[in-house]
Design a protein around this ligand. Structure first.
Ligand code: TPP
Ligand code: MG
Length: 593
């Protein structure tokens, strides 16, 4: 073992000089040529060829393997990594079964438009070469079909030359906006074939993803005219990249236009939430200030907002949207039939099928300053409480991390967007994309891997349900020495769904007090801190008393700064903040409806 550079790397013993090269060596060489930094995996015989090549041909570096205890964690780690640094990581999945385990996490990454190079394996495709039983059950016709509806592209190359091209094309497609995972399925026989000398690797620099698409000057001018002459322009700042320059452009555009800005708790930080022009706490379902800002708008600039139609509907209902809509989003390139994550169809008076961060400097240059004074929002403090609640976690966490550079990777369903301000693109990474519970721990580990050298404290605040489904990602963090913190808002329940049962019971005139059945996680009570320790993490808790919360989080933050993976189990009261406007606002509102 060596702690090479930053994370731990398991060092292979020296390999004697080799004269033979195998199919999977060529695949591994291509991964290095593509500069894939890590591959997260859970092992499997279908890719034993590639596994050997990564260890014994490449020496377990560039890419380095990250062993995961579940395929869902492997994909979630790659997801969090790409979210934090914008770079694509690799994942290797065993035949059909590993892929089946990974599917939910791939769906999350797809919905979150995150680039990822997923390698799969099957076969041998040549039935005559299959071992009895096991190679047959782990071979599926058209294996890519399992994930085709939520990957950008998939392929099963028939030769090494075709594998080179598949990886080049896959990486190019994954990293072209709208980004997303791709799946390249490697036949076991292809991996295990002796191929003679390594076929010359292509010059990767000639197969990069395309330059960003720019709108025509005419369209930019039309949009700029609308915005400059608007009475009440509103900007919906949705999916953005983590660039500081683009962040500054967004602030400058809002200030030049004196436009109110809304942000989304499902997307990473897109605008300073404490800016006077930020109209309402980031939320899934608009709260009163957000709805009011939008209803008063005569021009709406939607910057790759995740659900423009659904958000406009919250302001205008079923009436036609009276505001002019400028839509800036390449997302429709990913819209197909199976997954409806494309949401409702928004009206667009001006439509630029471009990445917003690319368009911003053009718009900033083209708009005329508006002098209208925007009425600042009156900050409504969410109700304080003496209870050990998610709000109490937020208060203690905010106090302890004041002035610290922190990256919040994940927030629990009961979080109110007003609980914490975001002032930098890395202050918050957004939700898991597809609403698949269990992603929080893995995404936090992936983001921590990406940000390890940055000095930022990487923190996921997760529900107990999310923690329990994804906990083994912590072992990967502990093994590879990737410091990160998980604060578990442990209400001992899949509480979001208690609210749904409450709603159904209310509608049907049945007893609401039965809502906990099939939802509460107790008797036996699960010791989350012990589960964390079992993965090699440090842990505090269960914290049952408000007076113990602060010191536990303080100690945990210190432990992470000293290099630990750390978990705090906070026994919060079941129940969401009644003032909620975050994820839970949506859940609560949905449950109330
Ligand atoms: C994979 C998956 N299974 C089930 C659900 C349905 N679901 C949505 S929220 C939720 C509860 C999550 O529990 P927890 O993380 O503890 O948060 P809480 O609801 O208690 O605030 C469940 C089960 C889902 N979204 N994804
Ligand atoms: Mg819970």
């Amino acid at each position: 073992m060596s702690v090479a550079g930053d994370i731990r790397r398991d060092l292979p013993a020296a390999v004697p000089e080799q004269k033979d090269v195998w199919g999977s060596d060529a695949v591994a060489a291509m991964l290095r040529a593509l500069d894939v930094p890590y591959v997260a995996l859970n092992p499997g015989a279908s890719f034993r060829g590639l596994h050997d090549s990564l260890v014994n041909y490449l020496g377990n570096e560039r890419p380095q393997m990250l062993l995961c205890l579940h395929e869902e964690a492997a994909v979630a780690i790659a997801h969090g990594y790409a979210k934090a640094c914008g770079r694509m990581m690799g994942v290797v999945l065993h035949s059909n079964v590993g892929l089946m385990h990974a599917t939910m996490a791939i769906f999350n990454a797809w919905c979150d438009r995150v680039p990822m190079l997923i390698l799969g394996a099957t076969g041998p495709w040549d039935a005559a070469r299959r071992r009895p039983w096991i190679d047959w059950i782990h071979t599926s016709a058209d294996q890519g079909a399992l994930v085709r509806d939520y990957t950008k592209w998939d392929n099963q190359p028939g030769s090494v030359a075709a594998a080179y091209e598949a990886l080049l094309r896959g990486a190019q497609i994954a990293d072209t906006a709208p980004r997303g995972p791709v799946y390249v399925n490697l036949d076991a026989a292809l991996q295990e074939a002796k191929i003679g000398p390594l076929p010359t690797l292509p010059d990767v620099s000639r197969y990069r993803s395309a330059e960003a698409v720019l709108p025509s000057d005419e369209v930019v001018q039309t949009a700029a005219r609308l915005l400059s002459t608007a009475k009440n322009p509103v900007i919906l700042a949705g999916r953005m990249r983590r660039s500081e320059a683009a962040w500054k452009d967004r602030v400058a555009l809002a200030e030049k236009l004196q436009a109110r800005v809304l942000t989304d708790i499902k997307a990473g930080a897109a605008f300073p939430t404490d800016h006077a022009l930020h109209a309402a706490p980031p939320a899934t379902f608009l709260e009163e200030w957000g709805r009011k800002a939008l209803r008063e708008a005569d021009v709406v600039l939607s910057l790759d907002w995740i659900d423009t139609a659904g958000t406009l509907k919250q302001a205008w209902g079923d009436a036609p949207v009276s505001a002019k809509v400028i839509l800036v989003s390449p997302d429709a390139h990913s819209h197909r039939g199976w997954s409806m994550d494309y949401q409702g169809l928004p009206p667009a008076d001006v439509y630029m099928m471009c990445e917003p961060d690319i368009v911003l400097p053009l718009l900033l240059n083209a708009v005329r300053p508006r002098t209208a004074i925007v009425q600042a929002r009156i900050e409504e403090e969410p109700e304080t409480t003496d209870a050990l609640s998610i709000r109490a976690i937020a208060d203690a966490f905010n106090e302890i991390t004041a002035g610290m550079e922190v990256c919040v990777t994940h927030l629990p369903l009961g979080w109110n967007g007003a609980y914490r301000h975001f002032r930098h693109p890395l202050d918050y990474l957004g939700a898991n994309g597809g609403g698949g519970v269990g992603a929080g721990p893995g995404m936090t580990v992936g983001a921590a891997l990406a940000l390890k050298a940055s000095g930022r404290l990487v923190v996921g605040i997760v529900g107990d349900g999310d923690f329990l489904m994804g906990v083994t990602a912590l072992w990967t963090a502990a093994h590879y020495r990737i410091p990160c913190l998980l604060l578990v808002a442990n209400n001992r329940s899949f509480y979001n769904d208690e609210m749904h049962q409450e709603r159904v019971a209310r509608e049907r005139g049945r007893p609401m007090e039965n809502k906990w059945i099939g939802q509460r996680i107790d008797e036996p009570d699960i010791d989350l801190a012990m589960m964390a320790r079992a993965q090699g993490a440090e842990a505090f808790g269960p914290i049952r008393d408000l007076k113990d919360l602060r010191s536990a989080i303080e100690k945990a933050v210190q432990a992470v700064k000293n290099g630990a993976v750390c978990v705090v189990d906070v026994r919060v009261v079941p129940g969401y903040d009644s003032n909620m406007s975050g994820n839970a606002g949506g859940a609560a509102a949905a449950a109330r409806r």
